[in-house]
Design a protein around this ligand. Structure first.
Ligand code: GAR
Length: 187
């Protein structure tokens, strides 16, 4: 199984996948890691791991449609079996979803369909939930929508800050992502 991983930030979940592949506990090939912006740690750490990287910088394109087309052709060039959105903070176009139908997987730090969007942890805390968690799902063209593959609940502690809660969610999220990828990689 070949995957392309898309990131927008630090890529700590991606690092867990890189480590699991290197350790031999996850049998897949990371064909490339791509980002939508320059200077992400996710790209830096991928390059350091010897992976192919690419950037389709949103700011370099005159229109949204031009960026959509560039992202699709950059990802498709690697002929991935699955594309993983691992902290990729952009909605992709319907053309991208069509090209990778049932093969575009997203990870999100909340129990979807609750608290979609860029601030899933903050929004869950603001609502006052006592349990939140993480979701790995097949993504469609919406904001963190599409069929759920797996979820893990995480308790919110009275002393939690957004950062401490997100860190605990990410521990569960890494485990869940690796488990789901392992299952998808089964022949
Ligand atoms: C992860 O918690 C991921 O679920 C979240 O961004 C974080 C990326 O962390 N994604 C979303 O909120 C998507 N709506 P990382 O770059 O350190 O892996």
């Amino acid at each position: 199984m070949r995957i392309v991983v898309l990131v927008s930030g630090t890529g700590s979940n991606l690092q867990a996948v890189i480590d699991a592949v290197a350790a031999g506990s996850l049998d897949l090939e990371i064909a490339a890691v791509g980002a939508d912006r320059l200077d992400t740690f996710g790209i830096e750490r991928s390059a350091a791991a010897g992976l192919e990287t690419f950037v389709v910088n949103f700011k370099d394109y005159a229109s949204r449609a031009d960026w959509d087309a560039a992202l699709l052709s950059a990802v498709a060039a690697y002929t991935p079996d699955y594309v993983i959105s691992s902290g990729f903070m952009r909605i992709v176009a319907p053309s991208f979803i069509n090209a990778f139908e049932g093969r575009y997987v997203n990870t999100h730090p909340a129990l979807l369909p609750a608290f979609p969007g860029a601030h899933g942890v903050r929004d869950a805390m603001a609502y006052g939930v006592k349990v939140t968690g993480c979701t790995v799902h097949f993504a469609d063209a919406g904001v963190d929508t599409g069929p759920i593959i797996a979820q893990t609940p995480v308790a919110v502690l009275p002393e939690d800050t957004e950062e401490s809660l997100h860190e605990r969610i990410k521990i569960a999220e890494r485990e869940l992502l690796i488990k789901v990828l392992g299952e998808l990689a089964q022949p």
